[in-house]
Design a protein around this ligand. Structure first.
Ligand code: C2E
Ligand code: C2E
Ligand code: C2E
Length: 89
């Protein structure tokens, strides 16, 4: 087991996401809205997503999962802890 503890979750900051320009974040915002709708989870400030969904988003953004994670950390949408969640990819 990792000395840093269990793999952290991928937690999207929905308030930050809403502040970003659509050209950048539109695809992610639509993806997150779809997951919220599927779960019936509309009131959150954050949304925990599946690791598998980060893979799908990486394809949409034409980046590797690691590159997309760095971008989302730069945007302030993911916590830097998220780096450890994609190490296992
Ligand atoms: P599903 O994948 O068949 O999951 C059915 C239910 O199992 C979910 O209902 C949820 O209560 C539970 N579940 C499945 N995987 C997890 C998990 O990793 N963590 C937790 N806490 N619960 C889990 P729910 O939430 O109402 O979602 C309904 C359907 O919406 C899901 O059916 C799935 O098809 C889709 N969905 C919801 N959230 C996501 C997501 O984050 N990513 C993807 N790809 N699909 C999602
Ligand atoms: P956590 O996963 O660390 O989440 C902490 C808080 O972040 C949650 O407090 C909630 O306010 C928010 N949060 C995280 N992910 C989501 C999300 O996808 N949607 C929304 N709307 N809010 C989110 P909360 O709800 O009081 O839950 C406290 C803890 O209880 C969670 O800590 C988790 O450990 C557990 N928990 C709650 N719901 C589930 C669940 O559906 N599945 C599992 N496995 N654990 C859950
Ligand atoms: P979590 O609920 O704490 O689940 C952690 C991991 O346990 C998930 O990582 C997944 O690998 C596994 N897991 C939990 N429940 C199920 C299940 O019903 N079926 C299967 N096949 N695996 C399950 P993952 O997929 O990366 O998801 C990360 C987090 O995203 C989950 O943490 C939960 O907070 C959220 N999430 C993912 N899918 C759903 C969903 O369908 N509905 C809801 N409400 N939350 C979800």
């Amino acid at each position: 087991p990792s000395p840093l503890g269990p793999t952290p979750k991928l937690v999207i900051d929905l308030e930050r996401l809403a502040q970003l320009p659509k050209e950048k974040a539109g695809a992610l915002a639509r993806y997150a809205a779809t997951i919220q709708s599927q779960r019936g989870d509309y009131n959150g400030k954050v949304l925990s997503i599946r690791q598998e969904d980060l893979r799908s988003l990486a394809v949409i953004y034409d980046k590797s999962p690691t590159e997309l994670t760095e971008e989302l950390i730069n945007w302030g949408v993911l916590d830097p802890e998220a780096r450890r969640a994609v190490e296992s990819f």
